[in-house]
Every structure is written in C-alpha cells, then in structure tokens.
Design a protein around this ligand. Sequence first.
Ligand SMILES: O=C(O)[C@H](O)[C@@H](O)[C@H](O)[C@H](O)COP(=O)(O)O
Length: 298
Amino acid sequence: MKVGMIGLGKMGFNLVRNMMRYDHEAVVYDVNPEQREKLAAEGAVPAATIEELVHKLDAPRIVWMMVPAGEIVDSVIDTLLPILSPGDIVIDGGNSHYKQSIARGEKMLAHGIHYFDIGTSGGTDGAEHGGCFMIGGDAEVFKCLEPLFRDMAVDQGYLYAGKLGSGHFLKMIHNGIEYGMMQAIAEGFEVLEKSDFDFDYEQVARVWSNGSVIRSWLMDLTQNAFAKDPKLDSIRGVMHSSGEGKWTVETALDLQASTPVIAMSLMMRYRSLDTDAFHGKVVAALRNEFGGHAVVSK
Ligand SMILES: O=C(O)[C@H](O)[C@@H](O)[C@H](O)[C@H](O)COP(=O)(O)O
C-alpha cells in the first residue's frame, strides 16, 4: 500500500517506520525538512510540500494526517481539498474532538473524499512497533485500509468502531480512563510516600506489575519512572492535559453519565497547575471568620 503521511512528529515519524517495516510505501511531508530527510534515508519518499505529496501518490490516494489537533487539521484539510479527487481517503490519526471529525468528514464527503477518524494509542513505541487504532468511517471503504492496520497494529490492536466520529469518540473515552487509572496509581504512591515505611517504589511497582490485579502497562511505566528517579525528585508534580479528559467529562455531563473518577482526575490536573489555590484561601479565610481557626500567612 502507498500512504502519504503529513506530520512527522514523534507519532507520525514512528508510524512511517512501522508501515515501511511491512513494505508499505510512504511519501512523507513535515514542515521541518530534517524529519523528511531522516525518513528518506530509511527509504521513504520525501515531499517538499503537501501538493508534492499528493502528486506522488497513486489514485485512490491515502493521505494520513498526524498533526496536532485543532486549527492545523483544518488548515491541512483546506490545502488537501482542492488537490484531491473523489475516491481518495484522508485519515486524521490525531486526538481531534469527535464532533469536529464528524464535521470535517461530512465536508470531505461532499467532495467525494472518504474521511477516517482514527484514535491512535500506545505512545511513540506503539506507533513504531505495533499500535492500537480505533477507527471510524465508512465500513466498505475501510476494507481497502484494513491490510495496513492489520500490519501496523499490535496483535488484536485495531477496531473498526463504526460510523464517522466513532474512532475519536472511543479514543476520547480511552483517554478519560487513562486519566483515572493514572490518578489512582499516583494516589496509591502518595499514601506510601506519607507513611512511616521506607518502600522502594521501583520494587513496589515491579511486584504490582507481576501477577497482581493491578498489573498493567501503566504499572510497568511506573516501575520505569522510579528506576530512573527513585523519588521523582527531578520533576515537579505539575500535570498538563491536552483536552481529551475534559471532553470526556463534558460528554459525560451531556449524557448524564456518572463519571466521578475521571472528573476528579481532571480536576486534580487543573489543581496541580496552581502553586497556591484561590479556593484554598477562601476556605481558610472562612474557617478563620467563623471559628477563629489559624490561617497560614504569606
Ligand atoms: O493513548 C495514548 O497513546 C495517549 O492517550 C496519548 O494519545 C495522549 O494523548 C497523550 O499521551 C497525552 O494526553 P493528555 O495530555 O491528555 O494527558
């Protein structure tokens, strides 16, 4: 199969390596020429522009976008639309909001172009050595793409999830679960850290990774992190987020689905961004007002 990859960041770059291992041909574009050249040295065909990338593909073309979610996706689509032909396929493999993917897919379909929203998981290592793909789009057209995903996914790691939007919806919920699982692991270690015992966290994560109920890839990664830095002294507990947890909670609220764990994990991320929380000042001030309880001065 011949695939055009737009966006050669950590994920796009490794996905190209992955597909080339299975003898799929890759035509590659990134705003950074160094990334294109690195992959060209490994056998990909570099393109200096998106137009050139499209030109170097065979109809029906398969163009895979692996660019940051948001305006960049729209700008790539706007570049692609006039130069693609009916029957071509465009994939958004990033973390786009599913509602935006539905709108973009409908816009493409009005021009006869098939659009797939594909949630990609497994991190950079999975992208290169076998990822997890949650795929939304036209079921019939997906049959043409399936051999590619059969190769690139780890074992059973791809799913045709259903109509347009379902791939990114599934990835959004996956990430909500990810927030909750990570927060639960983190809270366990918080209690260990505050206890009188002198645990070796790398060893704790190792034993929990082997045979326990909570063994998981996240626990393996916990072990890796503590192996590198036994008390994580080199980093601060600031937890950023790129939107998927927020969207999961917003969707849950819209659907009146009860998701306290995911919602609290999201709030914990926001809380971690404040060095001192205004709500903390308000509660401290109120305790002082009604009970004369001590406050901590600046
Ligand atoms: O499944 C995955 O491989 C991850 O979920 C990944 O796609 C995720 O988007 C980022 O690791 C950060 O997500 P947050 O910034 O929201 O934590």
